[in-house]
Design a protein around this ligand. Structure first.
Ligand code: GLN
Length: 454
C-alpha cells in the first residue's frame, strides 16, 4: 500500500487518480495486516485497489467525473466495493473516467484527460475510455488492480490500449447497486488487472447475488480461480466472419491470427462462424445507450444530488433545472441526453428506440445460435487500432469516436461476458488486445481460455 501511495504521488502527470484516500488506505492496510496475522485472510486481503469514480463509496466524493455531482458524498456503499472491502481489499482512491462513462478516450472528464503510461516519442496517448484512469493506473503500477464498468466496451477497450487484462462479466453477475447509472440494461462492473489469474480472483470478490439490484442473477458465484487449469483441449472457438471489417489494419489481422494459432496449439478446435447482425450493433447500441442515459440522468436536477447553479432574481424552478444542467453536464453528455430524448419522443419512438430493441434481440439471437451450435467462446480483436494520440479525434464529429467501439458493443447488447487480453504489439510498439466472448455465466471457462492467450 505504501509503495502504491508513493507511486501515485510520483505519477500525478498521468491524472489517473483524481481523488486519493491515503488515510483510509493506511487504515485498511493495517486492518488487513491484523486479519492476515490472525489467519483469516481471503485472496484479496491487503490488496491495494483503485476505484473508478462511478462507484459510490460511503463518505468519499463520488461524481462519475461530472461537475454536476460536485459536492456529492454518498451515504451508502456500492455492493461491489462493499464486497471488496469485506474481502479485505484496500482503497487507494478514486480513478479518472469519462463523464458518466460516456466516451472512448477519457477526454470527457471534469478532471481533465487521463494519460496512457505507454508513449510514442513522448507523445501523450489516450488510455482509452471510459475506464481510462483505471487502465492507466494498473498499467503504471499505481495499484495492483482496479474496478471498471463496461456498458459498451469501457473495460475491454482501455485494457487493450494499456496492455492490461479487463473482464466484463455477464449482465447480472455483479451488482449494479451504488454504481452511478449510464445505461442500466447494459452496465456491468468488472475487474481490470495485470493478469488473467488476478481477474479471476477479483471477479470472485466483486460478484454476489444481491437483493438490492433487481437484475442481479440468482446464480451462485463459483470459484473462478479453480477453473484456471489451462486445459482447453476440444473447446470450440468461433471466429466471426463479420468482424473482419473493411479497412482493418493488417497488424490487427495478424494479431487475430496469432491468437487463433495460440488457441489451436493448445488443443482448441477453430471454427469460422457467422454473426450476421453484427453490422447493426453500433447504431443499435448508441440508440439504446443514449435513450437509457437520457432517462437515468433526469435525476440530476439541482435538488437531489450535488451541484445547483447560482440563480438570478425571478428565476423559478425551470430556470434552476436549466441552468444547473447546462453548467453541470459536459458537451458529450448533453449531446447524448438530447439524442436519447429524441429517440424516446412520441413521434420517433417506434422508428428508433423500438426498432433498436428489435435489432438488439436479433444480435442476441446470433450469439445464442452460435452457442447452441456448440461454440464455447468467440475470438475477435478488442479494438480496430492501438491507442491513439490525445485529441486525435475530431470533437466536431463524435461518430468518429463511436466507431472505435465497433468490436466491443456487440456483447453488451447480448448481456454476455468478455475479456480483453494483451496479445501483441503494433508496429510502433504499442500494446494490442484480443477479446474472447464467452457463454453467459461461464466466466470461469472464459478466463481459462484467456489464460492460453496470456
Ligand atoms: N464508448 C462507449 C460509450 O461511450 C463506452 C461506454 C462504456 O462502456 N461505459 O458509450
Amino acid at each position: 500500500t505504501d509503495a502504491c501511495l508513493n507511486a501515485i504521488e510520483a505519477a500525478g502527470a498521468l491524472n489517473a487518480f483524481v481523488h486519493g484516500t491515503p488515510d483510509k488506505a493506511r487504515q485498511m492496510a493495517l486492518a488487513a495486516d491484523d486479519r492476515i496475522k490472525s489467519g483469516d485472510a481471503a485472496p484479496m486481503t491487503g490488496i491495494p485497489l483503485g476505484i473508478k469514480d462511478v462507484f459510490c463509496v460511503q463518505g468519499v466524493a463520488s461524481q462519475a467525473a461530472s461537475r454536476i455531482l460536485e459536492g456529492f458524498v454518498p451515504e451508502y456503499e456500492s455492493t461491489v466495493t462493499q464486497n471488496l472491502w469485506d474481502a479485505g481489499a484496500v482503497m487507494l482512491g478514486k480513478l479518472n473516467m469519462d463523464e458518466f462513462a460516456m466516451g472512448s478516450a477519457n477526454e470527457n472528464s471534469c478532471y481533465g484527460k487521463a494519460i496512457n503510461p505507454w508513449k510514442i516519442d513522448d507523445r501523450d496517448l489516450t488510455p482509452g475510455g471510459s475506464s481510462g484512469g483505471s487502465a492507466a493506473a494498473v498499467a503504471a503500477d499505481l495499484c495492483l488492480a482496479a474496478t471498471g464498468t463496461d456498458t459498451g466496451g469501457s473495460i475491454r477497450q482501455p485494457a487493450g490500449f494499456t496492455g492490461t487484462v479487463g473482464l466484463r462479466p455477464t449482465y447480472g453477475r455483479v451488482s449494479r447497486y451504488g454504481v452511478i447509472a449510464y445505461a442500466s440494461s447494459l452496465d456491468q462492473a468488472g475487474p481490470m488487472t495485470k493478469s488473467v489469474r488476478d481477474a479471476a480472483i477479483m471477479l470472485g470478490a466483486m460478484a454476489s447475488v444481491d437483493e438490492k439490484d433487481s437484475t442481479s442473477a440468482d446464480i451462485p458465484v463459483p470459484d473462478f480461480e479453480a477453473a484456471l487449469t489451462g486445459d482447453i483441449r476440444g473447446k470450440k472457438i468461433g471466429i466471426p466472419r463479420e468482424y473482419r471489417v473493411d479497412g482493418m489494419p493488417e497488424e490487427i489481422d495478424d494479431l487475430w491470427q496469432k491468437g487463433t494459432d495460440m488457441l489451436r496449439d493448445a488443443g482448441a478446435e477453430i471454427v469460422e462462424i457467422s454473426l450476421p447482425h453484427t453490422k447493426y450493433a453500433l447504431p443499435t447500441y448508441y440508440i439504446i445507450a443514449m435513450a437509457e442515459a437520457s432517462s437515468n440522468l433526469a435525476r440530476y436536477d439541482g435538488v437531489r444530488y450535488g451541484r445547483r447553479a447560482g440563480l438570478g432574481q425571478g428565476d423559478g424552478i425551470t430556470e434552476m433545472y436549466e441552468k444547473t444542467r447546462a453548467e453541470g453536464f459536459g458537451p458529450e453528455v448533453q449531446r447524448r441526453i438530447m439524442i436519447g430524448t429524441y429517440v424516446l419522443s412520441a413521434g420517433f419512438y417506434d422508428a428508433y428506440y423500438n426498432h433498436a430493441r428489435k435489432v438488439r434481440a436479433l444480435i442476441k439471437r446470433d450469439f445464442d445460435n452460435a452457442y447452441a451450435d456448440g461454440i464455447d467462446a468467440i475470438l475477435a480483436p478488442t479494438t480496430p487500432s492501438a491507442a491513439f494520440a490525445l485529441g486525435a479525434m475530431d470533437t466536431a464529429d463524435p461518430v468518429q469516436m463511436y466507431l472505435n467501439d465497433v468490436f466491443t458493443v456487440t456483447l453488451n447488447l447480448a448481456g454476455l461476458p468478455g475479456i480483453s487480453v494483451p496479445v501483441g504489439l503494433d508496429r510502433q510498439g504499442l500494446p494490442l488486445g484480443l477479446q474472447l466472448i464467452g457463454r453467459p455465466f461461464e466466466e470461469g471457462a472464459l478466463l481459462n481460455q484467456a489464460l492460453v492467450l496470456e
